[in-house]
Design a protein around this ligand. Structure first.
Ligand SMILES: NC(=O)c1ccc[n+]([C@@H]2O[C@H](COP(=O)([O-])OP(=O)(O)OC[C@H]3O[C@@H](n4cnc5c(N)ncnc54)[C@H](O)[C@@H]3O)[C@@H](O)[C@H]2O)c1
Length: 458
């Protein structure tokens, strides 16, 4: 099928590249001309494992193209995926102005029937507004424009694999024709009829993706309800971690056992600095706002958000307990991205933490394997190091703010020798407390027994 993708950020680029990989003819566009320039020159504006190869192959085989003028993408596709950003407004509502902009453009440029697919995360009832906008701005009233909601569940860091091996594909439709067309788009994924670039054609056995056809409102609600639930889970685990810390229990032992219960599941139970990124924080806020507008008291979500915001305070207190005076002290922060295997620093807890440390007068030196360029644009005031070992030299403390595997495998013994004081504050519970203490570190983390703190309490 001929497909256009409007918005070539994390979701749009993965969507466009993967749809081309499974055999569709794809045209991608973005209002940010620099992204299209980079892509046309053979670069990839984001770091996402495996994506560069998928893009290069699809371009070589002439299934993936880019155009700088979004209006040119409309005639190029029978199905148009809207993948533009829906960032939070100051009051927490999702800013739908980019969706509105695209709706006007599609309505005025379409000369043949189109499937207009919301892939961006939007509050329930956006589909109805989209439909209205498409009909209000349509220049050729006879041309049918069908709205579909197709929420995306990919995770940055494993996005290509997630897109090609989803647990479920949710499509919110209004009629069977739209449903059939959506099935055609996803047929290779649903029936596993493609050569998988992630597993070199030898995909592990696993259940096939579930095909779920719903109303548009339900599809939109599914996405917000899912992300908000994940946010609740993270905040819940963080509160249990605080309790475990007071009681001398180990949060790792507790959540491991909890996660073995299939009713709970093991994911999103890691204690630490809390959730971040371009999805959970803003989707939670938008969901709260949606509930408020509907007169539904969803204050448990507000509590989850409050717990998440307090993680930074809790952590700064830990640092203060360890260092006493913060002002003027050199501290290394390892990790800037909101999670490992991405360069995305949007709403990253590490960035919020550094801002707080800078306010407190800490001299921060940071390192991240992939996110340094993006971090430099939003945090120019700190020092950046070329490697983790460079970052820690002469520091009074090391903070692990993102759980990149390379920080686990650092030569910590060597690190200790280069620090002014061997103090590690592990905000992601990445390292083993026993091993770190055996290496001579003062080591603090979240929700795990701390002999020093216990002595102080005794
Ligand atoms: N990032 C994720 O992991 C993820 C996962 C699932 C869903 N989502 C949702 O997908 C949507 C996109 O997220 P993202 O992370 O890809 O954001 P992004 O900011 O990386 O990408 C959005 C892109 O849209 C472009 N854009 C904005 N207005 C435009 C317009 N009028 N015409 C053409 N292009 C325009 C921007 O320049 C940008 O490149 C959001 O609604 C998000 O909530 C994101």
């Amino acid at each position: 099928m001929k497909v256009s993708v409007i918005g070539t950020g994390y979701v749009g680029l993965v969507t466009g590249a993967c749809l081309a990989e499974i055999g569709h003819q794809v045209m991608c566009t973005d209002s940010d001309a620099s992204k299209i320039q980079t892509l046309e020159a053979g670069g990839v504006p984001i770091y996402e494992p495996g994506l560069d190869k998928v893009i290069a192959k699809a371009r070589k085989e002439n299934r993936l193209r880019f155009c700088a003028n979004p209006a040119d993408a409309v005639p190029a596709g029978d199905a148009i995926f809207i993948c533009v950003g829906t960032p939070p407004l100051p009051n927490g509502d999702a800013d739908l102005s980019a969706i509105d902009h695209v709706a006007r453009m599609v309505a005025s440029e379409a000369t043949s029937p189109k499937l207009v697919i919301e892939k961006s995360t939007v509050p329930a009832r956006t589909g109805h507004e989209l439909k209205r906008a498409l009909s209000v701005y349509a220049r050729r009233p006879g041309v049918a424009l069908h709205v579909v909601s197709n929420p995306e569940f990919l995770r940055e860091g494993t996005a290509v694999e997630d897109f090609l091996h989803p647990d479920r594909v949710v499509v919110g439709v209004e009629d069977e024709t739209a449903e059939r067309q959506m099935y055609e788009i996803y047929r290779p994924v649903l029936e596993r009829k493609f050569t998988c670039p992630v597993h070199a054609g030898k995909c592990p056995d696993g259940p096939a993706a579930q095909w779920l056809v719903t109303t548009i409102n339900s599809a939109e609600l599914i996405k917000h309800a899912s992300n908000s639930f994940l946010a609740l889970k993270v905040s819940y685990a963080n509160m249990v971690a605080d309790l475990a810390e007071k009681l001398g229990a180990d949060i790792g032992e507790v959540t491991r056992a909890m996660g073995m219960d299939p009713r709970i599941g093991p994911s999103f139970l890691s204690a630490g600095l809390g959730f971040g990124g371009f999805c959970l924080p803003k989707d939670l806020q938008a969901f709260v706002r949606l509930a408020e507008r509907c007169g539904v008291d969803f204050s448990m979500l507000k509590a989850a958000e409050k717990v998440n915001k307090q993680r930074i305070d809790r952590f700064v207190e830990k640092l203060r307990e360890a260092l006493w005076v913060l002002r003027g002290k050199p501290v290394a922060v390892l990790g800037l991205a909101f999670k490992p295997n991405t360069d995305d620093v949007r709403f990253a807890p590490a960035i919020d933490l550094i801002r707080r440390l800078v306010e407190e007068g800490v001299r921060v030196r940071a390192y991240d394997p992939q996110a340094m360029d993006k971090a430099r644009t939003i945090l120019p005031e700190i020092e950046y190091a070329d490697s983790a070992t460079e970052a820690v030299k002469g520091c009074e403390a090391v903070i692990i703010a993102t759980e990149w595997p390379e920080f686990r495998s650092l030569d910590w013994e060597k690190v200790r020798g280069t620090m002014m004081r061997p103090l590690v504050l592990d905000a992601r519970n990445l390292l083993s407390p026993g091993e770190m203490r055996a290496l001579g570190f003062e080591y603090r983390s979240f929700g795990r027994p701390d002999p020093v703190a216990e002595l102080e309490m005794a």
